[in-house]
Unconditional design. Sequence first.
Length: 276
Amino acid sequence: MIDQSAYAVGDVHGCLAPLRDALGRAGFTDGAGRWIAGGARLWFLGDLTDRGPDGVGVLDLVMDLQRQAAAAGGEVGCLLGNHELMLLAAHLPEGSTRYSPQAEEMAHQMFRERWMGNGGKEADSARLTAEHLAWVAALPAMALLGDHLLMHADTLGYRNYGGSVREINDTIRGILSDPVDLEQLDELTHMMTKRFAFASDDGQAACAFLAEYGARQIVHGHSPVPLLLGKDPHEVTGPLVYAGGYAANFDTGTFLGGPCFVAPLPETQKALRTQL
């Protein structure tokens, strides 16, 4: 039986079979893949697609579980990751920007090449629907779950988009709304590719960031734990809590062959440092 704590999943990157297995092992789904976790809360931290074999299959699964969980009184949420941004940019409908047809076509070619160069799959492109793209474009960039601040990338760049979680989400949702500003979309994508902002000290950067956004622990994905630790992906045993306990990295390197985990959000520090 799943308790009422909040859980998270890091970067799945199209690895549908490991995700199905992890959800079943953790007690969120039954043998047929149906939600059985009642009122539990489960959040995906972005980068559902690309690199792995079935990104659209992962989208379909998460979208379906979101509907099932809501009907059961639970919650399945998902954050916007940099790969969701690249996916959207590569599949913008014709005439959905403020730019001329010629400029739009040039931008589309550049975005398409970027997406494919970062693991985008033609098989996914052929199966994407308007429903998929609308769902992805509406994803929040940040979420507050109690004392936890959920965000995809371990970067301070989110500050450029607002001083609160709501302001950041509203700003980014505006960038992705019709008509799309291609320059802003490009800047946003670059921002969300940055990483390691909280790994270079004993938690001071994370602590200051948390104080700005009203939380006690950052929970993110984006930077694979096996690469950070210099370990074989199979040696990863779960999310990495670091930066003095003020940050937790849930990207366990599933697309590298590491395990896929559905893990509870870690315990938070009782108080933020005051010597900031």
